[in-house]
Structure formats: structure tokens, C-alpha cells
Design a protein around this ligand. Structure first.
Ligand SMILES: *Cc1c(COP(=O)(O)O)cnc(C)c1O
Length: 422
């Protein structure tokens, strides 16, 4: 009973009250829902939780083909591609590795752009597995600069660079890179490098067009815009990149796309897939299309704008400083000088049961991140921003009041305009 209460309450820790007498109060008990407002994992909607709770079936039996085929086809509609999609039972980091080991040979040069913490981690991985990453430095306050990428490619007259790797939605900073413009910059040089994009936190929240933008590999994961628990990752792969994989010499086994192609054609996988997460994925894809992807993107964009209105009213600064590149997935907020973002986050968690995202590496303790992604609506945003505003006061962070009011005014004057579902 106690552990059930804890689950209902979405506690992250085992219930500490075992052995307690029934009439004793439990100081750990918190009424109502926990607000998980980190930029992934996002809160999992009940519909998806129910889908995941179905019995695990034989992944080589006749009933599985429909599940597998629906998932593979469904993800093509989310990536917006008629080309190839592969699904791994792993976190997003695994799909980063899959993208690199399937297309590269030992020692190959890859051009990467420092949008923030996640771009830096991908670059470290490239180094670790024996590639030669060239890292264009960035200031963590905006997306990748297409001009800098174009300049680097023009200098590479011997075509040493085999891939350009860009993070679409940089989750550590709340900035979006202009992927179509990066492609245009690459095309302008006539350079043959592949374009690889990390859209782990962008997919299904921020507009993304795999085919129309000429992306060669897109990496994604289940626990952000797709509203699932962590545990599934994805590679969307162009026909060109799949052809490159046939002669790429990095060692690989678990991640090998070419082992997936055969079984995937009939809805199966070369090893045990994340069966229950695939049930959840199929539900998530249905939900996204019921709402309409364009409406999903617009909802995120609008919530991002309302959040920034709140931040401005508080007299605080948004980390993303490039207008038009602010993310609809999350907003990273800079703390006033001399105040700890982590102490503030601990206060809001203790008093208002809301988890906000921490600052990562270079901006550790200097920013906090408000996640406004996934299955999320106006009132959930208002509650989230109320938690932040009350937390700022409780933690003694200098700010103006009125952020919640500013966000509410924004939402009232910018009604969501829905387009007809696809
Ligand atoms: C979450 C995230 C990752 C890491 O994914 P894991 O599932 O934690 O391995 C990588 N890149 C971006 C942009 C992310 O948001």
C-alpha cells in the first residue's frame, strides 16, 4: 500500500515509510502530482503508460510484425522521411555512437559545432572512438552558425571532412540550430560530407524535416518530445548514408544498420527490441498525429514565448541570445550574479515539488532550465511558472514579481491557432 502510494505520487525514491504504524503520518508524503519540468525525460502521458503496461509478447512470433512495422513506419512520419529509420533499445547516446560507427572509418575527420554541453559530449565521443573531430567553438548562446561551417568546408579542399555534425535543439542552452541553412551552406561549397543532426530533444517538438532539409543521419531518443520513458533511440538514415555504411570501416556489431535492414523489412529486429516501449511509441505517434505535428510545434513555440515573457518580467536573462533561435522545448535562465542556480532548484523542489533542469558543465550552477515539452498545456505551464516565481521568492533570488502574469497575458493575447490535422 505504501509503495503504491509512492508510485501514485510519482516519487523517484523507494517509499521510506516501511514499518511505519498505519496511524503515523509520513513526512515524505506529498499530495498531488510531482512536476517533472526538466527538459527530458518529460512526463509520460497516461495513455502511453497504459500502452506500455500490456503483456510483453514473443518478438519473433507472428503478432510482433504489426508492432514492429507500425513503429518503423510511424517514425518515418515523425522524421518526415521516405528513407530509412532504425530503432535501438538504448538511450540517445547509443544512437550518437551508431551514427558515427556506421558511416566513418578510423581516423576520419568530422566537423562539429560547439552549441553547448551535448555538442561537446558528442565531440568527446568521436574522439574516444578514434575519429578526428574538428570543433568550431561557440559561446553557448545560440545555434550553429552556417557561415562558420561553410568557411571550414571551403578550406577543406582535399575533402578530409567526412561529416558535419550539428545539434538541432541544444538542450543545455535552449537554442535551436538552423539545419536547413547548414545544408544550404554545405551545398554552396559542393563539399560531399554527410550532414548528421542530433535531434534527440528537438524531434516532435521543434519543426524537423529529414528529407526536405537533406539530412543524412538524424539521431533521436524516446524520452523528450516523444513523451516515452527513456530506453529507445533512433537513427533516420538517408540512402546515401546507408550506401556509405557498406564501406565504412569503424568496428561495430550491436549498432550495425546493415544487420537491421533484413529483419526490419518484415517488422522484426536482429535482437530483442524494447517491446513494451514500442507499444508506447506506437501510441505516441498516434497522439502526435491526432493533434497534428504542426499544432504540436506551434504549441511548443507558444509556450516558449510565454516562458520568455515571464523571464523578462522577472528581470532575469534568457541564456539563448540569438533572436529567432530560442527553443520551444526548454528555456535556460541565467541566475543573477552571486546566486546559486542549484540552491534555487533545491528550494523549489523542497517547497513546491517541481524538478527544474540544472546547468550543465560550463554553465553549472549558473543557469536553471525550465522544460516545457511533451504532453503539456497552458495550465501546466502556468503552474510551472508559478513554481519558479514562488521558488525565486522563497530562495531569496532578486527578481521582480509579475512573471506569471506576463506569461498569462501572452497566452491570452496569442491564442493557439490550430491547423486541420494531417
Ligand atoms: C538528452 C540528450 C542527449 C543524451 O541522450 P541520452 O538519452 O541521455 O543518452 C543528447 N543530445 C541531446 C541534444 C539531448 O537532449
Amino acid at each position: 500500500m505504501n509503495s503504491l502510494l509512492c508510485m501514485h505520487n510519482e516519487k523517484r525514491l523507494p517509499c521510506p515509510s516501511r514499518g511505519r504504524q498505519p496511524e503515523e503520518t509520513d513526512p515524505m508524503r506529498k499530495a498531488g502530482r510531482h512536476f517533472l519540468q526538466i527538459p527530458g525525460p518529460s512526463a509520460v502521458p497516461d495513455r502511453i503508460l497504459r500502452a506500455i503496461s500490456m503483456q510483453t509478447i514473443d518478438h519473433r512470433g507472428p503478432d510482433f510484425a504489426d508492432v514492429g512495422q507500425k513503429a518503423l513506419k510511424g517514425m518515418k512520419t515523425i522524421f518526415r522521411t521516405d528513407q530509412n529509420v532504425f530503432i535501438f533499445p538504448s538511450s540517445g547516446t547509443g544512437a550518437w555512437e551508431a551514427a558515427l560507427v556506421n558511416t566513418m572509418s578510423p581516423g576520419d575527420t568530422v566537423l562539429m559545432y560547439e552549441t553547448g554541453h551535448f555538442a561537446t559530449l558528442w565531440q568527446k565521443m568521436a574522439k574516444k572512438i578514434g575519429l578526428n573531430p574538428v570543433f568550431i567553438e561557440g559561446d553557448w548562446r545560440g545555434g550553429a552558425d552556417p557561415q562558420a561551417i561553410e568557411d571550414a568546408l571551403r578550406k577543406d579542399t582535399d575533402h578530409e571532412i567526412k561529416a558535419v555534425c550539428v545539434v538541432h535543439n541544444e538542450t543545455s542552452t535552449g537554442s535551436v540550430s538552423p539545419i536547413a541553412e547548414v545544408r544550404a551552406a554545405m551545398d554552396a561549397t559542393g563539399h560531399p560530407a554527410l550532414l548528421m543532426v542530433d535531434s534527440i530533444s528537438g524531434l516532435a517538438s521543434v519543426p524537423f524535416e529529414f528529407d526536405a532539409w537533406g539530412v543524412d543521419v538524424c539521431v533521436s531518443g524516446s524520452q523528450k518530445g516523444l513523451m516515452l520513458p527513456p530506453g529507445l533511440s533512433f537513427n533516420a538514415v538517408s540512402d546515401k548514408a546507408l550506401e556509405v555504411a557498406k564501406s565504412a570501416k569503424m568496428q561495430r556489431s550491436y549498432w550495425d544498420w546493415l544487420d537491421m535492414v533484413g529483419p526490419n523489412a518484415t517488422g522484426y529486429f536482429p535482437y530483442t527490441p524494447g517491446t513494451n516501449l514500442l507499444y508506447g511509441l506506437n501510441e505516441a505517434v498516434d497522439m502526435l498525429h491526432e493533434e497534428g505535428l504542426e499544432n504540436v510545434f506551434e504549441r511548443h513555440r507558444r509556450h516558449g514565448a510565454a516562458t520568455r515573457a515571464a523571464v523578462r518580467a522577472w528581470g532575469l536573462e534568457v541564456l539563448c541570445a540569438r533572436q529567432g533561435q530560442e527553443s520551444g522545448v526548454l528555456t535556460a535562465v541565467m541566475m543573477p550574479e552571486g546566486h546559486s542556480a542549484d540552491a534555487f532548484r533545491a528550494t523549489t523542489l523542497a517547497h513546491y515539488d517541481i524538478s527544474l533542469g540544472n546547468g550543465l558543465s560550463k554553465v553549472a550552477d549558473k543557469v536553471f532550465r525550465i522544460g516545457h515539452l511533451g504532453d503539456f498545456n497552458d495550465l501546466m505551464l502556468m503552474a510551472t511558472l508559478s513554481g519558479v516565481e514562488m521558488g525565486l521568492a522563497k530562495a531569496g533570488v532578486p527578481h521582480e514579481s509579475g512573471g506569471v502574469q506576463a506569461a498569462m497575458d501572452h497566452l491570452k493575447t496569442h491564442e493557439a491557432v490550430k491547423v486541420a490535422a494531417e
